[in-house]
Design a protein around this ligand. Structure first.
Ligand code: FES
Length: 104
């Protein structure tokens, strides 16, 4: 599935993503984007914070309470904030568009 990813400079790249892997790993390992992910995808660092294009928000699995509590704490929190390590890429998300949030 393709991922349209906008980095912190506003540059968009299209990544040929892999299903079954988190969005964070797709953005960082496949797409080479600058995501620290210092907790390794364990939902405890919030450095994988992205904004999901509103049209795609409802296609995602509902976020967990743990994820919400962590991302809501970010000073850059918006309604379409998600932690990309908590989103699993699937073929159904082909074409998803996300923007990296500024670093806190
Ligand atoms: Fe740490 Fe997502 S990688 S919360």
């Amino acid at each position: 599935p393709k991922i349209h990813a906008v980095d912190r400079n506003g540059t968009e790249t299209v990544i040929e993503g892999e299903s079954g892997m988190s969005l964070m790993l797709n953005l960082r390992n496949v797409g080479g984007l600058d995501i620290a992910a210092i907790c390794g995808g364990m939902c405890s660092c919030a450095t994988c914070h992205v904004y999901v294009d509103p049209a795609w928000m409802e296609k995602l699995e509902e976020q967990s309470a743990d994820e919400f509590e962590l991302v809501e704490f970010s000073e850059h929190y918006k309604e379409n904030s998600r932690l990309s390590c908590q989103i699993e890429m699937t073929d159904g998300l082909d074409g998803i568009r996300v923007t990296l949030a500024p670093e806190d």
